[in-house]
Design a protein around this ligand. Structure first.
Ligand code: NAI
Length: 688
C-alpha cells in the first residue's frame, strides 16, 4: 500500500481505525479526502466489520481549509467522501475529541454512530462565514436530531459541548478515558450485540411543518439583513419536506448562491483580517516575556472586567484600589457578573470559586511587585495616570510591562512619567472588558519590541483580538468614532433627530444606533473628552449640562422607563435640539437616509485613510478588525475600509466632496490618500 501521509490506517482485527493526520486542526484538504476514500476501500476489501474515524492532535477536524475554498470542489469532494462512508459495508463510528466543526461535523454525520470525549465540542459554524454547510449537514443533522433543534444550531453556527450534543442525539456515547480505545470497544460491543445503526441519510427528520415555519420566521427576523441564516432555514426545511437527494440538491443550490455573495466575501475578509492582524511588523523572532501574574490598578467599570479576563484565562491577577470600599465594590461587581453566568448555565459555582481564587484585592500598590504585566485603569486624567505610573516605576519588578487602558490620552506622556518608557504601552480594552474581544495595543515611541510582543501574547492568552496601533488622539477606533460622532452632532443641528439616525444605522446593520450606544456608555464620557480637548458639540454638551447622561440617569438622548433599558424617543430631547439648532442660526432640513448612512460611514473611512497614511494602523484590514470586534460594525459588511473598497474609492471620493460642499464641513473633504488611490484606481486593500 502507498505511504499515506494524511490518513493512518490501523487494523485491530475486525475493527479498523482511520486516523486523520493533517495537523494542527485536521482540515479536510484534498489529499486527505483522497486518502480517506482509499483507506475505506482498503478496509472494506480487508473485510473490516467496522471502521473508527478519529483525529490526531488537537481535534477531530475543524472542517474545510478556508484558503482552499475553491479546492473543496476537487474530487473526491467532501460529499463524495461521505458517500464512501455511506457505502461502507459495516459500522462506521466517528470518535470526536476537541472540535468537530463544519465539514468536520458533516464527516462525522456521515458515520452511522458518533462517540465523543467529554470535553469535545461540535457545531456547524458556516453561517458565521455567510454560507451554509455544503456537504449534507443541513440534511443529515435534522434527520438525526429533528428539524427545529437542527435549525437552532445551523442558523446560529453555535457549537455545543459533548454532554449537550448527547442530549440532542448528535452523539451516541460519551467516552471517558482513552478515546480511540473506547471507540473501538464501542464498535466491538455493537458488533457483538448485533446492534444496528442506520445510515443518517435513511432516517426520517422529526418535526412539524407549521412549528418549523414559525421557528424559521424567527430566524429571518433575527438575521437583520444577513442572508445566510434564512437560507439555512430553507435548506433544513427541505430535510422535512423532500427526499434526501432532493434536499442535498437544495442545499447545494443555496450554498452556491451564498458562497458567491458579497456578504460571505465580507465575512471571509473579516476572518482573514483577524489572522492578518496577528502579524506585527518588527516582532518576528522576538520572544514575549513570560507572564505568570498580572495586576490591574483601578477596579471600576474597566478594571473589574479586565481582571475577569485574566482570571478566566487562568492567570492570577492582583487588583489595586484606593480605598477598601472601592475595592469591595469592584470585586462585588466581578462576582455578581460571574454569578449571573451561573444562573444562565454557562458556569458552575465551582468555576466562580476557582476564578475568584485567582483574584487578589488590595489597597496597597506595592503588591504589584510580583506582576509581569500591570494594567492601569484609573480615572481618565493625565495627572492621576502619571502619578500612578511614577509609583509603578518605583514598585514594579524589572521587565514588567506597564500598560495604560487610557481611551484618549497620550501614551508617550504617560511613559514619560517613568524611567523605563520602553516597557510602557497602551492596552486599550473595550466595555464590557470581560466580553468584548477587541484589544488595541498602543505602541509608544519608546516601546520596545519585547514589551510589545509580551502585550500581544498576553492579549491572545486572555482570548482577545490584539491589534497593534500607533499613539495619537483616540488611537484608531475612538479617533475614527469621534469623527462619526461629530457628523451625528452636525446632523442634529441641521435637521435630524437621534432616533432617526439610529433607525437608519440599525437598518444599515449596526447592532445598536450610535445615539443609543452613547446612552449606554454615558454621555459624560464624550463630554469630558471634548472638554479636555476643547472641542465643543453644542447639542451633546447641553445634554450633559442638563444631567441627561444616558441610561444611568434614566434620560439621555432617549428616555427610559424606570429600570428599563428600552430607549424611547423623548420630546424634551427634540425640544432641546430644535432650540439649539435655532440659536445656531440653522435652517433645518430633512436629511435623507442615504445621506445619514454616508455621513456616518464615510466620516469613519475618511479618518481611517488619514490613520493609514500616518502609519497609526499598519493596514486597512486592521481597521476593519477593530470596528467589527469593538464597535458593532456588522461583520457581513466586512468593516468600514472593506465597505469603502466595495463602493469603489473614486465614488467614495466624489461622495465625500459632494457632502463637504453640501454641508460646508471641511472634515468631509476627501483625505489625500483617498484622492491618490481614487486617481490611480487602487483600493485600501490593494493600494496598487
Ligand atoms: P471608573 O471611574 O469606573 O473606574 C476608575 C477606578 O479607578 C475607580 O474605581 C477609582 O477608585 C480607581 N482609582 C482612581 N485612582 C486610583 C489609584 N491611584 N489607584 C487605584 N485605583 C484608582 O472608570 P472606567 O470607566 O473603568 O475607566 C478607567 C479607564 O479606562 C479610563 O482611562 C477610561 O478612559 C478607560 N476606558 C474606559 C472605557 C469605558 O467604556 N468605560 C472603555 C475603554 C477605556
Amino acid at each position: 500500500m502507498a505511504e499515506q501521509a494524511f490518513v493512518r490506517h490501523e487494523r485491530l482485527g475486525e475493527v479498523h481505525v482511520l486516523r486523520l493526520a493533517n495537523p494542527p486542526v485536521n482540515t479536510l484538504r484534498h489529499a486527505l479526502r483522497q486518502e480517506l476514500v482509499a483507506a475505506l476501500d482498503d478496509a472494506a476489501a480487508a473485510g473490516a466489520k467496522a471502521v473508527v474515524l478519529i483525529g490526531e492532535g488537537r481535534m477531530f477536524s475543524a472542517g474545510a481549509e478556508m484558503t482552499e475554498f475553491g479546492g473543496l470542489r476537487l474530487e473526491p469532494t467532501l460529499t463524495q467522501v461521505i458517500d464512501a462512508l455511506d457505502a461502507f459495508p459495516g459500522l462506521t463510528v466517528a470518535a470526536i475529541h476537541g472540535h468537530a466543526l463544519g465539514g468536520g461535523l458533516e464527516l462525522a454525520l456521515g458515520c452511522r454512530a458518533r462517540v465523543a470525549a467529554p470535553s469535545a465540542q461540535v457545531g456547524l459554524p458556516e453561517v458565521k462565514r455567510g454560507i451554509l454547510p455544503g456537504a449534507g449537514g443541513t440534511q443529515r443533522l435534522p434527520r438525526l436530531i429533528g428539524a427545529e433543534p437542527a435549525l437552532a444550531l445551523i442558523a446560529t453556527g453555535d457549537s455545543v459541548p459533548a454532554p449537550r450534543a448527547k442530549e440532542l442525539g448528535i452523539i451516541d456515547a460519551i467516552i471517558e478515558g482513552d478515546l480511540a480505545e473506547g471507540a473501538v470497544a464501542f464498535a466491538r460491543a455493537a458488533l457483538a450485540a448485533g446492534r444496528e445503526y442506520a445510515r443518517v441519510r435513511d432516517r426520517v427528520a422529526a418535526g412539524e411543518l407549521a412549528a418549523f415555519d414559525a421557528a424559521a420566521a424567527a430566524v429571518a427576523k433575527r438575521a437583520r439583513g444577513m442572508e445566510a441564516p434564512p437560507a439555512t432555514a430553507e435548506a433544513v426545511r427541505a430535510a422535512l419536506t423532500e427526499p434526501f437527494e432532493h434536499g442535498l440538491a437544495t442545499e447545494r443550490r443555496l450554498f452556491e448562491r451564498l458562497v458567491r455573495s458579497e456578504q460571505s466575501q465580507a465575512l471571509r475578509h473579516a476572518f482573514f483580517a483577524e489572522r492578518e492582524a496577528q502579524k506585527v511588523a518588527g516582532l518576528a523572532g522576538i520572544e514575549p516575556r513570560p507572564v505568570a501574574r498580572a495586576a490591574v490598578v483601578g477596579a471600576g467599570t474597566m478594571g473589574g472586567g479586565i481582571a475577569m479576563s485574566f482570571a478566566a484565562a487562568g492567570i492570577p491577577v492582583t487588583v489595586v484600589e484606593t480605598t477598601a470600599e472601592a475595592l469591595a465594590r469592584g470585586l462585588a461587581r466581578v462576582e455578581s457578573n460571574w454569578r449571573r453566568s451561573v444562573k444562565s448555565g454557562r458556569m458552575t459555582d465551582e468555576d466562580v470559586s476557582r476564578l475568584l481564587g485567582l483574584i487578589r484585592g488590595t489597597t496597597d500598590l506595592a503588591e504589584v511587585r510580583d506582576a509581569d504585566v500591570i494594567i492601569e485603569a484609573v480615572f481618565e486624567d493625565m495627572e492621576v495616570k502619571q502619578g500612578v505610573f511614577r509609583e509603578l516605576d518605583r514598585l514594579a519588578k524589572p521587565g514588567a510591562v506597564l500598560a495604560t487602558n487610557t481611551s484618549y490620552l497620550d501614551v508617550d506622556a504617560i511613559a514619560g512619567a517613568t524611567s523605563r518608557p520602553g516597557d510602557v504601552l497602551g492596552m486599550h480594552f473595550f466595555s464590557p472588558a470581560n466580553v468584548m474581544r477587541l484589544l488595541e495595543i498602543v505602541r509608544g515611541k519608546a516601546t520596545t519590541a519585547a514589551a510589545l510582543a509580551t502585550a500581544v501574547a498576553v492579549g491572545r492568552r486572555i482570548a482577545k483580538v490584539p491589534v497593534v496601533v500607533g499613539n495619537c488622539f483616540g488611537f484608531v477606533g475612538n479617533r475614527m468614532s469621534f469623527q462619526r460622532g461629530r457628523q451625528g452632532e452636525l446632523m442634529l443641528q441641521e435637521g435630524a433627530l437621534p432616533w432617526e439616525v439610529d433607525r437608519v444605522m440599525t437598518g444599515f446593520g449596526l447592532a445598536m444606533g450610535p445615539f443609543a450606544v452613547a446612552d449606554l456608555a454615558g454621555l459624560d464620557i464624550g463630554g469630558m473628552v471634548r472638554k479636555a480637548f476643547g472641542i465643543p458639540f453644542p447639542i451633546a454638551d447641553a445634554m450633559v449640562a442638563a444631567g441627561r447622561l444616558g441610561q444611568k440617569t434614566g434620560r439621555g438622548w432617549y428616555r427610559y422607563a424606570d429600570g428599563s433599558r428600552t430607549p424611547e424617543p423623548d420630546p424634551e430631547t427634540e425640544r432641546m435640539i430644535l432650540e439649539i439648532s435655532a440659536s445656531l442660526g440653522r435652517t433645518r432640513r430633512t436629511i435623507p437616509p442615504e445621506e445619514i448612512v454616508d455621513r456616518m460611514t464615510l466620516s469613519l473611512v475618511n479618518e481611517g485613510a488619514k490613520i493609514l497614511e500616518e502609519g497609526i494602523a499598519a493596514r486597512a484590514s486592521d481597521i476593519d478588525v477593530i470596528f467589527v470586534n469593538g464597535y458593532g460594525w456588522p461583520a457581513w459588511r466586512g468593516g468600514p475600509m472593506w465597505h469603502a473598497d466595495r463602493i469603489g474609492l473614486a465614488k467614495v471620493r466624489d461622495r465625500l466632496a459632494e457632502l463637504a460642499a453640501l454641508t460646508g464641513d471641511d472634515g468631509l473633504k476627501p483625505a489625500p490618500l483617498i484622492e491618490r488611490l481614487a486617481a490611480s484606481g487602487g483600493s485600501f486593500a490593494k493600494p496598487g
